[in-house]
Design a protein around this ligand. Structure first.
Ligand code: MG
Length: 201
């Protein structure tokens, strides 16, 4: 991958970008047949809230778990418990056991260090530190690790992307977003006027 001239920061998406995530949902479904309907509700709620901004992490998760439990027999409290105690730990475990960073990731990190380019990870899911470590990556290689929910919303919310750029202290035109989804990662970059590279399998 060639980094365009003038780039001072690269913001990576995590899932599907730093590693090939094909098959992970199937593996997770087999690992937790009992919570299939919760998993479907999680995916539906993520889709319904895409691009929304609620201001704070607390407000985002309140809306998210409320959306997950709507029309179901379990409460928002149970959805929250499942998400943080079952779903997220299972995702981290699946990464540790079955996934590796894409071959270009470590060489690109080294090149960026040589060139003094800041690196960040901006994910739509939490547990960013845990997932990077599970992939065998060094979290110290990145100067900022954050999820959109921590910033109060979901990709491609402009407000969240602006917070990422503000924390990095870089201008949009000096920033390259790298992601595997044009509708979330690409839209995020375009929302703030940054550059974007799409990762394809
Ligand atoms: Mg992704």
């Amino acid at each position: 991958m060639t980094i365009p001239n003038g780039i001072k920061a690269i913001v990576f998406d995590l899932d599907g970008t730093l590693y090939d995530k094909r098959g992970i949902v199937r593996k997770m479904i087999f690992g937790q047949l009992g919570s299939l309907s919760v998993l479907a509700a999680e995916q539906r709620s993520k889709k319904a809230l895409r691009g929304h901004y609620f201001g704070t992490e607390e407000a985002f998760y309140d809306h998210f778990f409320e959306a997950m439990s709507r029309g179901h027999l379990y409460s928002a409290k149970v959805a929250r418990w499942w998400y943080f105690h079952i779903y997220m730990p299972l995702m981290v475990l699946a990464l540790r056991l079955r996934h590796k960073p894409r071959p270009w990731v470590k060489p690109l990190i080294e090149e960026c260090h040589r060139r003094g380019i800041y690196l960040a990870v901006y994910s739509d899911y939490g547990c960013v530190h845990e997932k990077l470590r599970a992939l065998g990556l060094d979290t110290n290689d990145f100067c900022y690790l954050v999820s959109a929910p921590e910033l109060g919303g979901l990709k491609p919310a402009k407000q969240c992307a602006e917070k990422v750029l503000k924390t990095l202290g870089v201008a949009p035109e000096e920033t390259l977003f790298i992601g595997d989804r044009d509708d979330t990662d690409g839209e995020t970059a375009r929302a703030v006027g940054a550059q974007f590279v799409l990762i394809k399998d």
